[in-house]
Design a protein. Sequence first.
Length: 120
Amino acid sequence: MKLYDSELKIMDVLWRRGDTPAREIASELKQTVGWNVNTTYTLIKRCIAKEAIKRQEPGFVCCALVSQETVQQEETQELIDRVFAGSADKLFAALVGGRQVSAETLRRLRDMLSDMEDDA
């Protein structure tokens, strides 16, 4: 499922707030992004068509059907495939290359890699 930046703004509200009436999503995005109500409702309908959101009645309550983690994994894999020729280690090298990395960050990265090895 490909979600565009504007659709991700809708999803972000749902991931933070949980099930939310469309009018409240529109209100929040009017304040934070400057969108009018029609723009927000159009994007909500696109997300419904993509089966990223489910509409519940009464009150046009929007419920996320896809988790933030799932979208992050799919977007990351697409980036790795498109920009780094499918190589996760090239992505990692680009992320940390030429930057100072704190001891704490290195510890967390080692822990994550260790956990991945344990799961393999």
